[in-house]
Write a protein that binds this ligand. Structure first.
Ligand code: PHE
Ligand code: ZN
Length: 849
């Protein structure tokens, strides 16, 4: 818990720190409950700064002594840090503090996980390690000495001297404190080597707990592929002699890009065919790439302050998406990313937590590691690239690396390199960083005498604190199809800059069918009157894979909305069109599996809400079930054919091709299980030799109400493996009937393997409840109640994970009065906790509105 009084921090108040640091030396005397940290830091006055206030951040530290230039001083201890009188010239600050890693359940700073020491410093965890100017614009080279009996002792940079009970590390690259890391424990490594583009030899290691060695090979290949890709595509070479990755079981987030010592949630690096699904493999590959890419976009060029978080995160997400597209299928990656963007970011952008990609204020920065900063931040970069073109993008990036290497930079710096390379004025484009909310683009079209005109109108609804929005630059990729299905105008990018704007296409022989927002060229909501016939036409003929998929999605959505609103039956137009897609063996199986998916419950709820209706989660669930059942019935023969045809005969490999085949076969199994009562799923379960097949089968069995035996067998088979047991917890909750979801959750929280201290297990359980949409929003209020109970229990232990999970309530105002009242009660109950953390207080206050 933080004892500093909650305070809002504003971007406009930025001031440079009064001092620069030449050098940092840290000594750690490790002990689970009484670790000593001795720091020696050379400061000098910062000529750029106006103030010389020597304030060092520090939280939960026991100061033993402090010295300036060797003479003991008595600093004034304050909330959140200390102040001290210092000379007006360069000086050496030394201090010794005591910290208690064992008691650190918040998992920020230095903590213990399964007997191993590890750190998490982003964003403001370093202040729990020692007194320091814990802000990203203060950069320094670090030297670290670790004293302890642990077999393995790691920190950032290159290894220095080591011997009996100690190890030293030197990081020559100046870095902010948030990139500091230390790991010590009885770990084992999976080693490899990499030769960089200039011929330097780099030692690579993935460090894990004994027993997990067999789960490192895939991650190592992904690391080497990432290193090569960043050289090939961005010309970026690795810059140390060694690159270490460590797997940690207790971790709040996915992974962390600490310089030369990336720390990973074990779920994001460990992978083996028996224990990981195809989806897990793809995620591991993407996160390894993401953290590695941060070495240039984040570490060599870091952020001036935390308002600039999207500078490193948006760009790094964009880069990892490019990598995944190159390694696997570009359309499949794009479609999956848009599904996720709509599910998480659109929800955020259209609710009480909406904030700009670059926020202007915050209370707790941990609450701003959001889908908006990350995913919308990446979309903004994608738009920039679309607008300036690939070549100019490449030039701008070269200039960015050249001009800002070693800097703590801003979004202004980032945009300026694009302005300087292209001569474009990006002041209007900048609104994407400054204005929250998802723009709506309304499209009408007219056709006369061979001329086709698109009339576009953009508007963005108000968001908290931002009532008025200005028109943005929106790149709208478009193509035109002739009625026979031929493409008459290939993809071109329309640049919309005004609130109302028309675009004219001349010389057309007949009225074309427009394919608008190809590749999802901008993160907007497209509003266009369209009919089933046109959608089916695009689904059949569009050359743009994204819009082909989108047409099927729109058909499904409209049909479902009619089912929900007026009790209509399943839409035959949709069922026929999607069956034709599923049947088409010329299409990528992975694409077909995606096309067979349906809009999420959240997606439908948002559509209803936007149209002025009050969504009923149970009615949405019922409609989805009815449609899936109808689809299963109608497609029985095809499903049986696809299931047989897409069985993979070769040994398991988590590549795009095999994963796609399994995804389609498992989609078919889902349909078959709705008809055969789970017989085939049981067979697949019994024969599965990989987790993708085993888990898909278990999921179908649970859905069919035949899961009891498999659930027990699965537990017995995997009880020694934490990551697999996480799946066991979550799947039972995800597949529970909405009426039972909260109860199943509660029962599982009583299981001996449930623990609040491990964020993965907590998310697998309570997080799964929030993802069982109709169960969480159950009209009885029991879903809200169970979540609130557990968030209240978790907050004193781990504020960061508690605050994150509060976002489950962010849509509460969409629903009916009864549900709103119960949600409000749950939120108020959380807020009423006497010592509620700053993290959770800020989140719940914003959500409550
Ligand atoms: N910077 C990390 C990433 O995106 C995320 C992270 C943030 C991890 C804060 C831990 C704490 O790669
Ligand atoms: Zn990142």
């Amino acid at each position: 818990m933080k004892d500093a009084a909650p305070q809002t921090i504003y971007l406009k108040d930025y001031q440079p720190f009064g001092f620069e640091i030449d050098k940092v030396h840290l000594t750690f005397r490790l002990n689970p409950e009484k670790t000593r940290v001795i720091s020696r830091i050379v400061f000098r006055p910062n000529p750029e700064a106006e103030e010389r206030d020597f304030f060092l951040h520090g939280e939960e530290l026991d100061l033993i002594w402090a010295k300036i230039d060797g003479a003991e001083v008595t600093p004034i201890l304050e909330d959140g840090g200390l102040r001290c009188a210092v000379p007006e010239r360069a000086f050496t600050w030394e201090a010794e503090v005591e910290i208690n890693p064992e008691a650190n359940t918040a998992l920020e700073g230095l903590y213990m996980s399964n007997g191993m020491y590890c750190t998490q410093c982003e964003a403001e965890g370093f202040r729990k390690i020692t007194y320091y100017p814990d802000r990203p614009d203060v950069m320094a080279p670090f030297e670290v000495r670790i004293e302890g009996d642990e077999k393995v002792k790691l920190s950032n940079g290159n290894p220095g001297a080591s011997g009996d009970g100690f190890a030293e590390w030197h990081d020559p690259w100046p870095k902010p404190a948030y990139l500091f890391a230390l790991v010590a424990g009885d770990l084992v490594n999976h080693p490899d080597r990499f030769e960089t583009m200039s011929g330097r030899d780099v030692e690579l290691n993935i460090w894990v707990r004994p027993g997990d060695e067999g789960k490192c090979a895939f991650g190592m290949e992904a690391l080497k592929a990432s290193m090569r890709w960043d050289e090939d595509v961005y010309g970026r070479e690795y810059d140390l002699d060694i690159f270490n990755i460590v797997a940690v079981d207790d971790f709040n987030m996915g992974a962390m890009e600490n310089k030369g010592l990336n720390i990973f949630n074990s779920s994001c690096v460990l992978a083996s065919p028996e224990t990981s699904t195809d989806g897990n493999f793809e995620r591991v590959e993407a996160i390894i790439a993401h953290e590695y890419f941060h070495n240039w976009t984040g570490n060599r060029i870091t952020c001036r302050d935390w308002f600039q978080l999207c500078l490193k995160e948006g760009l790094t997400v964009f880069r990892d998406a490019q990598f995944t597209s190159d390694m696997r299928s570009e359309p499949v990656k794009r479609i999956s990313d848009v599904i996720a963007l709509r599910a998480r970011q659109f929800c955020e952008d259209n609710g009480p937590l909406a904030h700009p990609v670059r926020p202007e204020s915050f209370v707790e920065i941990n609450n701003f590691y959001t889908a908006t900063v990350y995913e919308k931040g990446a979309e903004v970069i994608g738009m920039l690239k679309t607008l300036v073109g690939d070549e100019a993008y490449a030039k701008a990036l070269d200039l960015y690396f050249e001009r800002h290497d070693g800097d703590a930079a801003t979004i202004e710096d980032w945009l300026r390199v694009f302005e300087d390379t292209t001569g474009r004025d990006l002041s209007q484009f900048k609104r994407w960083y400054e204005q929250a909310g998802t723009p709506r683009v309304k499209v009408r079209d007219t056709y006369k005498d061979g001329t086709f005109t698109l009339h576009l109108e953009q508007s963005t609804p108000p968001t908290p604190g931002q009532d008025v929005k200005d028109a943005r630059v929106i790149p709208i990729a478009i193509g035109l199809l002739a009625p026979n299905g031929n493409e008459v105008v290939p993809t071109q990018v329309l640049e919309m800059t005004q609130a109302n704007q028309s675009f004219v296409f001349e010389g057309l022989a007949s009225r074309p069918v427009p394919s608008i927002l190809r590749g999802f060229s901008a993160p907007v909501i497209l509003e266009r009157e369209s009919d089933n016939a046109e959608r089916a036409f695009l689904l059949a003929h569009d050359t743009d894979p994204f819009n082909k998929w989108e047409a099927g999605r729109a058909l499904a959505r409209d049909g479902l909305l009619a089912m929900i609103r007026n009790g209509a039956g399943p839409d035959d137009a949709y069922l026929d069109a999607i069956e034709a897609v599923a049947r088409d063996d010329n299409l990528d199986p992975a694409f077909r599996a995606l096309a067979l998916g349906l809009p999420s419950q959240e997606d439908l709820a948002q559509s209803l809400y936007e149209a002025g209706d009050t969504p009923d989660p149970q009615a949405i669930w019922d409609a989805l079930e009815t449609l899936k059942q109808a689809q299963a019935q109608k497609m029985q023969d095809l499903a049986t054919r696809l299931y047989a045809q897409y069985q993979v005969d070769e040994p398991y490999a988590p590549n795009a091709e095999q994963s796609g085949a399994r995804a389609l076969a498992n989609a078919a199994l889902g349909m078959i299980s709705r008809v055969d009562g789970g017989a085939l799923a049981q067979k697949q379960y019994d024969n599965a030799d990989n987790m993708t097949q085993q888990l898909a089968a278990l999921s179908c069995l649970l859905k069919a109400g035949k899961g009891a035996a498999a659930v027990t067998a699965f537990y017995d088979q995997w009880k020694h493996d934490r990551l697999v047991i996480d799946k066991w917890f979550s799947l039972q909750i995800l597949q529970a009937d909405p009426d039972d979801a909260a109860e199943v959750t509660q029962i599982l929280t009583n299981h001996p393997d449930f623990t609040m201290k491990n964020p993965n297990r907590f998310r697998a359980t309570l997080g799964a409840l929030t993802m069982n949409t109709a169960g969480f929003h159950h009209v009885s209020g029991v879903g809200y109640g169970v979540l609130a109970d557990w968030l209240i229990k978790l907050d004193p232990i781990n504020p960061q994970t508690t605050a994150r999970m509060c976002t489950a309530f962010e849509t509460w105002k969409r629903y009916d009065e009864t549900r709103q009242e119960m949600a409000a009660r749950a939120l108020d109950r959380i807020l009423a906790q006497p010592e509620l953390s700053r993290d959770t207080t800020e989140m719940v206050t914003r959500i409550r509105g």
